[in-house]
Ligand binder design. Structure first.
Ligand code: ASP
Length: 617
């Protein structure tokens, strides 16, 4: 029988115990992670936020009433236990848990709260060496989100949130050390254009008026620069009512920052330093300075403004080779001002057989990317082989071999299209498809990249829109706001940060003179009244000695997800919405009473609950 001394009042963590604690009396509290009943003896894995320790209820050492009480334990009961640390017998150690060389022989048990039967398994640690520890990996996501408080008990989820905290804290410390001040900007505000729809909040006091939830703190951070703060940052919640996509949340968090009297180089340097520090927390080594690529080069060589540079497969332009071609399809494309581009897939002719190229890629895959067709050639014996090379002249064939640097075993795929957009987009998707299929993306490689020199405007059917937002400085200010051709050729002083093909953030040097800002709104086709109504307060502020300034915002959810390698950004957000912007836990969004709507002046008064304009209660 163990010597039953007075038990300590202070609780210790389950995780910290080891062989050096042998004989120590301890008080533990946490959740029953798993149970193993050996007839007389009951083994319990007790889990707290730091880790797991095995507790033993053994009638030889534990008082009988305590053993009786322990018999009622079930998974996820919340308990407090006191006991004594003992070394496990040789051969019974558990390598799955850090405290696996010891166990705690229970002396008292206090059931703090019982738990109902669980909707899914929480435990991720097997109780005996070599056993399977499944965890909740296969549980449907909506069930996990409905019981998020249980899902969050899983050590993997807790680790994600703790790491997120560390990453954000490191950002704060890093920026604080460089003179940046964290300032909160309003959530009930006026619409800021970031290209998405606003979430609106009706005002009760101001009848039929609405606040907009911020798509970003853009205007306020610029006003802070006018306010002379010089260095601002914020861990800012942003709201964008956009079309649903797998890795998108209606509300998300940005590291938002802005600085005065700076240029692009300052932003690159500060962000490269910050990224290097926070990525190191996830054992990812980045080396600064990061690579840079102009938007034009990115589009021309990868078909994407957020290219994955972990592998090659860059596009090669072959348009001029076919300038005088008699091959009908190419000739027609060229006559309509189109282009011909291709990719050399080096040494893959074995895996890209004729059958794969013709029946999968040419017939199915490439048409599904929007291009009408593709042309393939395999290189053997120093010449091109395919079903169409017979239509190419010897000069054209030599031109291809040379332009693509072709060697035996290579596969050249070309797409010709009248539209540059269709061509680059389809070839870009093909590039990613090939890289995935052929396993060309190395594990554990991280390639940050700045994309620069974006077009200032995008030309759409409805006219010009800003590629970023209308506060981004153009590369020159002497443009005529009515000359559409000049406008379409303007570049912006914007930059995006991309890593491994994902856009992590973006920003720009801003317009800081009211006259230029007015000119830009003019170019966008806004009338003076529209400008006054939407941005009057902002332009007005620019008239009071606004300093030159610029900034950037990084998506924290995405960045943390990438650093931790989680399958979804929802794994690094405590209470995310599901893929249809719905919260299975709180059931938001939900119907409200007609009284509430009437109070807001949105409907006439009455009673009952309304959904989509229909009374449901
Ligand atoms: N407000 C921009 C965004 O949210 C970032 C910036 O320009 O600083 O994308």
């Amino acid at each position: 029988m163990a010597d039953r001394g007075v038990m300590p009042k202070e609780r210790v963590s389950c995780a910290g115990l080891g062989a050096a604690d042998t004989g120590r009396a301890v008080r533990l509290a946490g959740w029953v992670d798993a149970l193993r009943d050996h007839g007389e003896v009951l083994f319990v894995h007790l889990r707290d936020v730091n880790g797991i320790v095995q507790v033993v209820f053994n009638p030889a050492h534990t008082p009988a009433p305590v053993c009786d009480l322990a018999a009622a334990l079930r998974n996820e009961y919340c308990v407090e236990i006191t006991g004594r640390v003992t070394l496990r017998e040789v051969g019974t150690e558990n390598p799955h848990i850090e405290t696996g060389t010891i166990e705690v022989v229970a002396e008292t048990l206090n059931i703090l709260a019982k738990s109902k039967a669980l909707p899914f398994q929480i435990s991720e640690k097997a109780m005996v060496a070599g056993a399977d520890a499944r965890g909740a990996g296969t549980v449907g996501e909506d069930l996990r989100l409905q019981y998020r408080y249980l899902d969050l008990r899983r050590p993997g989820m807790q680790r994600n949130l703790i790491m997120r905290h560390r990453i954000v804290k490191r950002m704060r410390d890093y920026l604080d050390a460089r003179g940046f001040v964290e300032v909160e900007t309003p959530v009930l505000t006026k619409s800021t254009p970031e290209g998405a729809r606003d979430y609106l909040v009706p005002s009760r006091v101001h009848r039929h008026c609405f606040y907009a939830l911020p798509q970003s703190p853009q205007l306020f951070k610029q006003l802070l620069m006018v306010g002379g703060l010089e260095r601002y940052f914020q861990i800012a919640r942003c709201f964008r009512d956009e079309d649903l996509r797998p890795n998108r949340q209606p509300e998300f968090t940005q590291l938002d920052l802005e600085a005065s009297f700076i240029d692009e180089e300052y932003i690159y340097e500060i962000i490269e330093g910050l990224m290097t520090e926070v990525c190191a927390l996830g054992d990812i080594t980045l080396s600064a300075p990061f690579a840079r690529m102009t938007w034009q080069e990115a589009m021309d060589t990868t078909g994407s403004d957020h290219p994955d540079t972990r592998f090659g497969l860059r596009f090669v332009d072959a348009t001029d080779i076919f300038a005088g071609t008699s091959y009908g399809i190419f000739r027609q494309v060229l006559e309509h001002g189109g282009r011909i581009k291709g990719i050399n897939v080096k040494r893959e002719s074995e895996r890209l057989s004729k059958n794969v190229l013709q029946n999968e890629y040419a017939r199915e895959i490439v048409p599904s990317f929007g291009a009408r067709g593709m042309t393939w050639m395999r290189v053997t014996g120093g010449t091109l082989e395919s079903n169409i090379v017979q239509f190419f002249s010897p000069g054209e064939r030599d031109g291809i071999l040379e332009r693509f640097g072709a060697e035996d075993g290579d596969v050249i795929i070309m797409i010709a299209d009248r539209s540059w957009q269709v061509l680059t987009s389809a070839l870009g998707l093909l590039r990613l498809h090939l890289a995935g299929r052929l396993g060309l993306i190395p594990d554990g490689m991280y390639r940050p990249l700045w994309i620069t020199d974006f077009p200032l405007f995008e030309v759409t059917e409805r006219g010009l829109t800003s590629s970023h937002h209308p506060f981004t400085a153009p590369d020159r200010e002497d443009f005529d706001p009515k000359d559409k051709d000049v406008l379409a050729g303007l570049r912006s002083r914007a930059y995006d940060l991309v890593m491994n093909g994902e856009e992590l953030g973006g920003g720009s040097i801003r317009i800081h003179r009211a006259a230029v800002q007015r000119k830009l709104f003019d170019a966008l086709g806004l009338t003076q009244d529209e400008v006054r109504e939407k941005f009057g307060f902002f332009i007005h502020a620019l008239e009071y000695g606004a300093p030159p300034h610029g900034g950037i915002a990084l998506g924290i959810d995405r960045l943390v997800s990438m650093i931790l390698g989680t399958p979804s950004i929802r794994d690094v957000i405590a209470f995310p919405k599901n893929r249809s912007a719905y919260c299975p836990l709180s059931e938001a969004p939900s119907a409200v009473s007609r009284t509430q709507l009437a109070e807001l002046g949105l409907v006439e008064s009455g009673s009952g609950k309304w959904v989509l304009g229909k009374k449901i209660m």
